[in-house]
Design a protein around this ligand. Sequence first.
Ligand code: HEM
Ligand SMILES: CC(=O)Cn1cnc2ccccc21
Length: 289
Amino acid sequence: GLNVAIPNKSKSIKDYQNVYNDIAEKIREEDEFDNYIGYGPILVRIAWHSSGTFDKNNMTGGSFGGTMRFKKEINDPSNAGLKQADEFLAPIYKKHSWISHGDLYTLAGVTAVQEAQGPKIPWRPGRVDQPENTTPENGRLPDATGDSSYVRNYFGRFGFNDTEIVALIGAHCLGKTHLENSGFEGPWGAASNVFSNEFFVNLLNENWKLQKNAAGNEQYDSPKGYMMLPADFALRQDNKFLKLVKAYANDQDLFFNDFAKAYVKLLESGIHFPADQKPFIFKTLDEQE
Ligand code: HEM
Ligand SMILES: CC(=O)Cn1cnc2ccccc21
């Protein structure tokens, strides 16, 4: 059905900046998580996975209904590890339970990118919690072993073009893969909690070798201990994707601008906002000192 955003008229940018600040302060406070990577990366992932169930062919899924809060969705094998993000957000929801879960998950993903020194992400509230029986079925999130045509086709389900696809996957500059979650293993060393174009620089410049990991899955490893998923490496194996990878490796500002636009489109997939609803642009903690 049609997901029409219903902004809460009693809440202003100040109220949402308060939620942003609580999330940002908790990220700073709980800095030891995942070997001092912190919670930022999995907050970006839960925002993306909440939105990544969208299917433009039948207008189902997406972040609107906040169904990630239900067992069926959070237990999707593709969401392994994200219960920790949901638990991180539970006290934030308890304190600000006027907010919808869809707004909370996506706002957390915005906060995490901005607090990681990434671009400003304009954000609009108005998602409305939907009942458990509207939870989409498992299996709508992408397969890490896919090749370039798989990746282009997968994101075609959202109506994303090549620029949006490559920019979005640049979020793999944050965090790491965990064998117990996805069957892929990334190195502590190379994992980062600073948003940058490093993913593209490494993808282009490292000497990658395809090898089986401890779970028997093939991944690309580099002498420096970096890794890439087959679906990451696919961005080098298609001429149009490769052109974009090179552009972003050579111009971080271009990457930041394209990422911000694509991330907004992802987090708002399937939602109709009032034409006059202006997005909020939040200040970082550093900008409020
Ligand atoms: C072809 C599309 C994609 C595939 C196949 C994919 C796959 C994966 C896999 C397998 C992991 C490791 C999970 C774990 O083991 O803990 C991961 C982590 C991550 N993904 Fe993606 N992803 C894709 C697109 C995206 C997009 C569009 C975003 C955000 C805009 C994103 C953000 C992240 C982040 C931040 C992490 C790190 C999480 C952590 O450190 O725990 N990914 N992804
Ligand atoms: C540090 C590292 O492995 C960079 N990287 C490369 N591919 C990734 C996929 C998800 C998260 C991080 C990823």
